[in-house]
Write a protein that binds this ligand. Structure first.
Ligand code: GZL
Length: 371
């Protein structure tokens, strides 16, 4: 059985991030506006540095504390009386989550922002009550990584009633920007999935029986990554057939057991599209246990860009991995600064993500670009 490698997380250069954010907090010209109207598309690009870079942002006036629905207090983020609450959705056993949490906490520390945080362990009811608990503890601003898009109604309603602005990162929530939440910052998940489909076509000569390990239902990431893949296959690859599709809940153990069942039911599977690396790693274990060679008998593409998965790309076990950059700290806090300032925040800020293949995986690993 494939040994689980210890996960070594490369902390992104917080000193640089702090300098950038400090410039923002000081309001100097050096501070790139949190949501410049970049011309580039939200599609992924290779070679993005470890820090998040804005690809595109929605047009129109930026949202500020003055224009936010219902009006909110004008706050100074670094005032000791300003408590920022961070609500994390899933367990930090997933490197995406641990890196995201580190980025928020490191940035808060670098800026001298008072931060409290909770982790809902993928339980949306827990996330609602934890957000309400942080409000009760005095949080005046919230950064939320939502577990799902529709389930946070109670917490958002409580925040709105208490005039507490909410910035959503990495997944969206249902509601109106600059009223129910400030803005959304995250990746182009539909675009990620299109690239994954193209990768799998390249890996299989556009001829494959594909199993999809989809993410947790009920959030925009799973919806977009499933639709983006299916649409691209339907539009471009008539000889690629999806023979199985089931959620592995973005979890390695679930991914492994679902993949094992899929292989039993569909022995002819020749390709796997995993909607995150945790499930891809589980799939590798199941494929090996079934006596097949991942990367040879069954081609795999995945999304996130975690260290272990990119090592597998370098080794040829995973064909390609589309990055989802989780380092939201600098952009989240510079966006909050813009919200309490005059420039405001665009309702949707899409970040650039890298694309790891055998051609650049080793360089990405040695360059600290993975997490
Ligand atoms: C993407 C994030 C996804 C990651 C997964 O922004 O919501 O959730 O891609 C995680 O690893 O489970």
């Amino acid at each position: 059985m494939r040994p689980m490698r210890p996960r070594v997380r490369t902390l992104t250069r917080p000193a640089i991030a702090a300098a950038v954010a400090a410039a923002c907090l000081a309001g100097t010209a050096a501070c790139a506006k949190s949501a410049p109207k970049a011309a580039a598309s939200g599609a992924t690009s290779t070679g993005t540095a470890a820090q998040q870079v804005v690809a595109t942002s929605a047009s129109g006036p930026g949202c500020t504390s003055q224009t936010y629905g219902g009006g909110v207090a004008q706050l100074n983020l670094t005032d000791p009386s300003t408590i920022v609450g961070f609500s994390q959705s899933e367990s930090t056993s997933n490197p995406f989550r641990s890196t995201e949490t580190d980025s928020i906490t490191n940035q808060a520390k670098s800026l001298g922002v008072k931060l409290i945080q909770r982790n809902a362990n993928a339980d949306v009811n827990a996330q609602n009550s934890q957000i309400e608990d942080m409000i009760a503890q005095g949080a005046k601003v919230l950064i939320v990584a939502p577990e799902n898009s529709d389930g946070l109604g109670p917490a958002l309603a409580e925040a709105k009633a208490k005039k507490i602005p909410v910035l959503t990162i990495d997944r969206t929530v249902t509601g109106t920007a600059c009223s129910d939440f400030i803005a959304f910052i995250g990746s182009n998940f539909y675009g990620q999935a299109q690239i994954a489909a193209d990768d799998l076509a390249t890996a299989t000569g556009s001829q494959a029986k594909v199993a999809i390990l989809s993410g947790t239902p009920g959030n925009n990431v799973t919806t977009d990554r499933t639709n983006g893949f299916q649409d691209q296959v339907k539009a471009k690859y008539p000889n690629m057939t999806v023979v199985a599709s089931q959620t592995g809940k973005f979890d390695q153990t679930d991914g492994q057991s679902v993949m094992a069942q899929m292989l039993q039911a569909n022995p002819g599977i020749t390709a796997v599209y995993a909607e995150n690396d945790e499930m891809a790693l589980g799939a590798i274990q199941a494929i090996t246990a079934a006596g097949k060679k991942p990367g040879k008998d069954i081609k795999i593409v995945s999304i996130d860009g975690t260290q272990q998965a990119v090592q597998d790309v370098a080794a040829g076990t995973i064909y390609a991995d589309v990055e989802t950059n989780p380092r939201f700290g600098p952009l989240a806090f510079s966006s909050l600064q813009a919200f309490f300032g005059t420039s405001g925040v665009a309702s949707k800020v899409i970040i650039k993500d890298s694309h790891f293949t055998q051609a650049n995986a080793q360089q990405a690993l040695s360059g600290g670009q993975v997490y």
